[in-house]
Structure formats: C-alpha cells, structure tokens
Write a protein of this length. Structure first.
Length: 251
C-alpha cells in the first residue's frame, strides 16, 4: 500500500482539485493522511462536513491539529506518525497529480529497487493549468550532486520504507525543510532515483518574484552554512551551481 501524506492549511481554493486528483489514481491501494492545521478560511469546516456527511472515501483519514507551530513540516511529521503503507509519498494541498502518478512511480521504484524516488514535474498557474515549463530530472542524484541542484520537488517523491528507515523522512523545523530532508537522506548513503516523466503540476500562485528569489537565496545559503556545515568557499561553489540551474528551470 502507498501512504500519501498532505499538510492542509487554508487550502479552500485548492483542496477540491487535489482530492479529485488523488481519487482519480489508477492505482487503488492507497491511504491518504490529510493533516488539517487549524485553517481559518473554511477548509477545516469543509473537511469536517465531508466526514459527518459520510461522503469521504474510506481510504482518506483526516487528522485535525489545533496547535502546530511548525507549519508544513509539522503537518507532514504528524502524518508520518499515522501511515500504514510500505511506500510513502508526499503531496502538497495545492498540487495536482496525473491519474497514473502512483502506478507509474511504484512500477519505477520496483524496477529500480529504489529506496528514494522522484519525478519530473510541470509548473502550473494559479488554476493548476500547465504552463509548459517542465523540470526534467536526472537519472539519479547523490548527496554531492544534490547540493548544487534543488530539483527534487516534494509532491513528486516516494519512499520504500522496507529499504529506508522511516525516521529519516521526518522533517526538521527549519526553512526549506524539504530540501534539508532530501540532503540528509542522501548524506546517509542513499541515492535518489529520477523518473523523467511529468506526473505532477506544481501550482505557483502569483507572488512577488523578486522577494521569492531573495528568500530562496537566503534559505539555500543557510542550509549550506548552518545545516550542512559547509565552509564559505564550498558554499559559494555549490550555490553558483544551484543559481545557474534554478535560472535555467524557469526559462
């Protein structure tokens, strides 16, 4: 079974489409752990209404958190406490999967004997319509290679917990917690296997592009220096590679 984990916070504009995408999967042996995080936009009430009406698919399990100072990382970690499947996949509440996402990636994981897999994806607009900008992934990533390319997107990953310790999937409570988690897994000797097939639409709401870039630069720098303990010159070296590849991804 595949366990899907999704943190949900103020997702009233997105959650219907995301639920449709999960329910449309052609692989049916899954459970979905949704961790609702005290939304203030009606999301919590909507999910509670689905439960009380009996309209919720029995494979969907919703955990309601009244306090979570750790954001998406806290929600994912709480979801990991509940999973029962051998395989674990993360899905953000505003992203969309193709109907064959789980089946294609599971088949790939089995064929490769992979502990950690990730796939290509497409940038989407506010309505999750594909923009044609596609991020292609390499066949594999080691720790050193991953330091200069943040190509692993959270909603594309899958893990085989018979091959990887589930404890490594728990995310730290820092900025860019997902990237820090992938690096930690790879640093522990695992290789991430890339499936170059677009199976996810990464919804990107309209925001300030310049401020996003500045935040991203600060976060990646802090990861190098504080999380990975790299020296200044090594950090600059890997950041140069990261900046070039990040720019190319958006062209």
């Amino acid at each position: 079974m595949i366990s899907v984990v999704t943190p949900v916070y103020n997702a009233i504009d997105y959650i219907d489409r995301t639920m449709e995408a999960v329910l449309a999967q052609d692989h049916s042996d899954w459970e979905w752990i949704m961790v609702e995080d005290g939304s203030t936009d009606g999301t919590r009430e909507k999910l509670k209404g689905l439960i009380s009406s009996g309209a919720l698919d029995p494979r969907i399990h919703i955990v309601f958190m009244d306090e979570n100072p750790h954001g998406a990382a806290g929600g994912r970690n709480r979801g990991l406490d509940e999973v029962k499947g051998r395989y674990i996949a993360f899905l953000d509440a505003d992203d969309i999967w193709s109907p064959d996402k789980l089946s294609s990636q599971l088949r790939f994981m089995e064929e490769k004997g992979a502990a950690f897999g990730f796939t290509s994806y497409e940038f989407g607009d506010e309505d999750a319509r594909g923009t044609g900008r596609i991020v292609r992934v390499p066949k594999s990533l080691t720790y050193r290679k991953a330091l200069s390319r943040t190509v692993i997107f959270t909603s594309t990953v899958m893990f085989d917990t018979e091959k990887i310790d589930k404890k490594l999937l728990y995310m730290p409570y820092i900025a860019s917690e997902d990237t820090a988690t992938w690096w930690n897994i790879l640093r522990n000797g695992y290789t991430a296997e890339g499936l170059d097939k677009v199976l996810t639409v990464y919804r990107r709401p309209r925001k300030s592009l310049s401020s996003n870039k500045l935040v991203a630069i600060r976060r990646i720098w802090d990861l190098y220096r504080l999380n990975e303990g790299l020296g200044i010159f090594k950090s600059l070296y890997y950041m140069a590679g990261w900046a070039i590849r990040a720019t190319l991804r958006r062209i």
